[in-house]
Design a protein around this ligand. Structure first.
Ligand code: G3H
Ligand code: 13P
Ligand code: ZN
Length: 331
């Protein structure tokens, strides 16, 4: 058993309470590679922001669970080395799919886990979540649960259709499970294609304009659970300039569209205190690599193309922290 406390990590309890009160959200960035980890830490230190580094089942398969855990421990030491005396870094399991996966993460140093029972029926979701909460709380690890289903397809997270969270279910769910935060479905979805062109309108330049999030549902949930930490998954904005760069340098991402930042800014001011971003990091990295390799066809040292990729991700993370989530200076 390795406690996250010995690794210098923190759970989400205090940071969420502070964020809900302060009207901002904590960034939850997914990571799979060393460059992503470095960029996340540099951005968090430079902006003096708390940060959640999260690992999906796909990331664990890709990079190896042990390596990712030591990378998170390394992240804490790296933050200190960069001048942050008391970093607030959470290592979080994203979309945990079973009690066993959550337990294995808790036992190996995670400070927060998500149990995603959103595909189960209401009673089964409560049962599974409650079991994870009981084990996690014994170790002072916080638990995110999910009610409602997000649409979207990624490696390990998929659902054809979304089902908005039903506000009338949230009190019973939160009370019976004892979860520390709740991921809800109000129209966001995973990946770089959050809406079909048919669901969008077009602006005068022909660019897709997505439909607004269901803020009425968010409001109704906040009314039922005042001050309770709410989480938004699928919150990448899919920046058009990154998509254009990818397409310009040989990529093919037609009609990729995300959540407008104005919508996320509004959400961050509410009880939404954790905003998940993965796709924007993938886009920033891929755009920089494609551009670099196209412009430097004779280069083949990965450090050459991963350096601008890391810089671009860092810039994106800083932008989110400062201009979208509002967590700058909240350490
Ligand atoms: O919510 C899903 C995250 O973006 C992780 O995606 O399963 O492809 O690692 P992944
Ligand atoms: P995006 O695909 O919008 O980045 O969402 C990531 C996410 O929700 C991770 O759990
Ligand atoms: Zn997610």
């Amino acid at each position: 058993m390795v406690s996250y406390k010995t690794l210098g990590l923190v759970n989400t309890k205090k940071m969420f309470a502070k964020a809900v009160k302060g009207g901002y959200a904590i960034p939850a960035f997914n990571f799979n590679t060393m460059e992503q980890m470095q960029a996340i830490v540099q951005a968090a230190v430079e902006t003096k922001s708390p940060v959640i580094m999260q690992v999906s089942k796909g990331a664990r398969k890709y990079a190896n669970p042990t390596i990712l855990r030591y990378m998170a421990q390394g992240a804490v030491e790296y933050a200190k080395e960069l001048g942050c005396k008391k970093p607030q870094i959470v290592l979080h399991l994203d979309h945990g799919d079973s009690f066993e996966t959550c337990k294995s993460c808790i036992d190996s140093g995670f400070s927060s886990v998500m149990i995603d029972g959103s595909h189960l029926d209401f009673k089964e979701n409560i049962k599974l979540t409650k079991k994870v909460v009981a084990y996690a709380h014994k170790h002072d690890v916080t638990v995110e649960a999910e009610l409602g289903v997000l649409a979207g397809v990624e490696d390990e997270v998929s659902a054809a259709q979304s089902h908005y969270t039903k506000p009338e279910e949230v009190i019973e769910f939160a009370t019976k499970t004892g979860c520390d935060s709740l991921a809800i479905s109000i129209g966001t979805s995973h990946g770089a294609y959050k809406f079909t062109p048919e669901q969008c309108t077009r602006d005068k330049n022909g660019k897709l304009v997505p439909p607004p999030l269901a803020f009425d549902i968010l409001k109704a949930i906040e009314k039922k659970l005042p001050g309770f930490p709410i989480v938004l998954h699928g919150s990448s904005s899919v920046p058009q300039d990154e998509v254009d760069t990818i397409n310009k340098f040989g990529g093919k991402l037609p009609d990729a569209v995300g959540i407008p930042e104005s919508q996320l800014r509004k959400a961050a001011k509410s009880a939404v205190c954790k905003i998940n971003i993965d796709s924007d990091s993938r886009l920033a990295m891929t755009a920089a690599i494609r551009k670099y390799l196209a412009e430097n066809p004779s280069h083949f040292d990965p450090r050459q193309y991963l350096t601008p990729a890391r810089e671009s991700m860092k810039k994106m993370y800083i932008h989110k922290i400062e201009k979208v989530l509002g967590s700058k200076g909240k350490l």
